[in-house]
Design a protein around this ligand. Structure first.
Ligand SMILES: [Zn+2]
Ligand SMILES: [Zn+2]
Length: 277
């Protein structure tokens, strides 16, 4: 599978995942012109995108959605709550309302919705599988629920939020209520919680960890790197930033699994989590 972050950060998110001829985007949180420019740099053709999956209605996830989906006539998979919260009016022909734990087949890939804790109407994350490689994209994670653990346990490739450094957030200029909104269990993961979570739940399957959704004010690329490097000697480590797209990664060039078991067991996804009212 091929995958990249076209943009990642608290100001805009857009992730690309492809298997053979089939490609999807998760979120379109930068404007269409930038999506097009960044795709062009990686040799990705917008018309190859078969579906767009939206995690939730916050602007950094939908900024470019309406223009992009209409320009290329791409169906948008979104929960009813996220759609309501977005206040967008997308053409009915392109709208696909999903449950937050829905499974959707897009050509040779299956996209699994993952309900999560976040201060939005009906948010979910997604992981994507071609039956062999599992790619998890976990951003805007309020807390480490069973669903998050489940995705990490079966991920070969994991894009995980490392949103803020606890000291920078604490000493920074954000008003108190905003600081609390970020760290109250409905906001984002700090660098250290992200690290502890990866160390607790990763398996030998995990071969590529990408940290993303860094805060502009409360985090630094170098801090994220320093936090994770000591624990990632056996896997590929990348940091996705707001400034530019990552390279277009190919799962085929990742190091082989350190386990002799070459048959990868597909674990059926079961929502072990009821989304709270
Ligand atoms: Zn976000
Ligand atoms: Zn959000």
């Amino acid at each position: 599978m091929k995958y990249c972050a076209l943009a990642s950060g608290s100001n805009g998110n857009c992730y690309y995942i492809a298997n053979a001829e089939d490609a999807i985007l998760i979120d379109v949180g930068i404007n269409t012109k930038h999506v097009e420019l960044r795709m062009a740099k990686l040799g990705i053709v917008p018309s190859s995108i078969k579906a767009i999956f939206i995690t939730h209605e916050h602007t950094d996830h939908i900024r470019g959605l309406a223009v992009f989906c209409k320009r290329y006539q791409i169906p948008v998979y979104i929960t009813a709550g996220s759609y309501r919260g977005s206040r967008l009016h997308l053409p009915e022909a392109l709208l696909r309302i999903i449950r937050p734990d829905e499974e959707v087949e897009i050509g040779s890939m299956t996209v699994y919705g993952v309900p999560k804790y976040h201060d939005a109407q009906e948010p979910c994350s997604f992981w994507v599988s071609n039956g062999e490689i599992n790619i998890g994209v976990l951003t805007d994670i309020g807390r480490i629920c069973d669903n998050v653990k489940h995705v990490i346990r079966q991920a070969d490739v994991l894009l995980l939020e490392a949103n803020y450094d606890e000291e920078l957030l604490d000493s920074g200029s954000y008003p108190f209520f905003l600081k609390n909104r970020i760290r109250n269990g409905w906001g984002h993961l700090s660098n250290h919680i992200a690290l502890e979570t990866v160390l607790a739940y990763r398996t030998r399957r995990l071969r590529h960890l990408i940290l993303g959704h860094l805060s502009g004010q409360n985090n630094k690329v170098e801090l994220v790197r320093q936090t994770f490097v000591p624990y990632c000697s056996k896997i590929k480590l990348s940091i996705a930033t707001r400034y530019q797209e990552t390279e277009l990664f190919d799962s085929q060039i990742l190091l082989p699994q350190s386990t002799p078991e070459t048959v990868v067991q597909q674990v059926a996804y079961q929502a072990a989590f009821v989304f709270p009212e």
